[in-house]
Write a protein that binds this ligand. Structure first.
Ligand SMILES: Cc1cc2nc3c(=O)[nH]c(=O)nc-3n(C[C@H](O)[C@H](O)[C@H](O)COP(=O)(O)O)c2cc1C
Length: 330
């Protein structure tokens, strides 16, 4: 496949195909990011994953990606209001990424205005992930170039709306829209483009690739799982995330206990309980993603598992999606 698929998004970024490999803690390893970019889509780096899971300082990791591909890549910044230390870390990541030549940022949670301000000094592009109009409004007020709508079928923190409803919800903002969540098969890419989305973002689909650093067990669990095996649990980070149902998930249930819930709801304690859960989650997800499932772990995945039937290369994922899109227009 050689001919580009030109959309507002692929033109803004100067990439061949409007296909993004979403940032994943803990599954985004530099080889996967580079492979998706090299294939003509764009891989997005998750800096915390780079530093804590794959143990490369962000700058070294970005240089490593650059040694694997000349094509553009992106960096994910989760800009939620948390501790000052966390905010400083995100700012440092932004500066390093800009210095290393990154010109595409995917922000999630919180307000991305400070990212946009800095990114615009060098004409970098910023897209913000959101699930509802109220989040999109904040991001657009901050000047983002586009929105990544996460549907109810997504991995990680899923949204609440279908692909169609989300399109209606976000269209009034008059910025290009990318569809994320639940896309695992080529015909779903075509459906998103036909609906008016300017591209797609997939995460779960790219876990089941040769280049992803996740354990073989995890990849096979994604291939085996059907949509009904995906449940939302609060027991990893305190807020619901999509995971594959396992005997352990059944045993512990999907809700946090009453004390934790009280702490999450209380203004004085919600900051530290969130930090505590995130620290534990980071460690647990690292173990399960690299070493395979122990009896007390979780595998994150979206309902996109229903469209995933084999472990292949990142390039063949991109190629098969592009081929389907070309077939659909011919
Ligand atoms: C294992 C995993 C880890 C994720 N980690 C992050 C993350 O660190 N930051 C982020 O913005 N989104 C994260 N997400 C959400 C995805 O970027 C994306 O919104 C969603 O997974 C898309 O749905 P899909 O997995 O069905 O393609 C993660 C998703 C998965 C499956």
């Amino acid at each position: 496949v050689t001919e580009r698929i030109s959309t507002i998004f692929s033109d803004q970024l100067g990439i061949d195909y409007p296909i993004v490999c979403g940032a994943m803690f803990p599954c985004s390893n530099p080889e996967l990011v580079a492979a998706v970019s090299e294939a003509g889509g764009i891989g997005v780096v998750q800096p915390l994953s780079m530093e804590f899971i794959y143990e490369r300082k962000l700058r070294d990791g970005l240089r490593f990606i650059r040694s694997l591909t000349d094509k553009p890549y992106g960096v994910n910044l989760t800009v939620e209001k948390s501790s000052t230390r966390y905010a400083e870390r995100m700012e440092r990541y932004l500066n390093i990424a800009l210095e290393e030549g990154c010109r595409f940022f995917v922000t999630s949670l919180g307000k991305p205005d400070w990212v946009v301000k800095k990114a615009k000094e060098v004409d970098a592009i910023v897209y913000h992930k959101c699930t509802l109009a109220k989040h999109a409004a904040k991001a657009c007020a901050g000047g983002v170039d586009g929105l990544i709508g996460v549907t109810e079928r997504g991995g990680g923190h899923a949204g609440v709306l279908s692909m169609e409803k989300l399109y209606e919800e976000l269209t009034p903002f008059k910025v290009p829209l990318i569809c994320a969540g639940g896309i695992g098969a080529p015909h779903e890419f075509v459906a998103a483009l036909n609906m008016g989305y300017q591209g797609i973002l997939m995460s779960t689909r790219f876990i089941a690739t040769y280049e992803c650093g996740a354990a073989q067990d995890y990849k096979e669990a994604i291939v085996r799982a059907s949509e009904d095996d995906i449940v939302h649990t609060e027991r990893v980070t305190g807020v619901p995330i999509a995971v594959i149902r396992t005997p352990y998930v059944d045993k512990v249930g999907t809700k946090i206990g009453p004390i934790a819930r009280f702490l999450f709801n209380h203004p004085r304690t919600k900051g530290w309980i969130r930090a505590y859960y995130n620290a534990i989650a980071g460690w647990r997800l690292k173990r399960s993603s690299l070493k395979g499932l122990s009896t007390r772990d979780f595998y994150q995945a979206g309902k996109s598992v229903s469209g995933i039937s084999s472990i292949v290369s990142a390039k063949s994922v991109v190629d098969s999606f592009v081929a389907e899109a070309k077939r659909a227009v011919s």
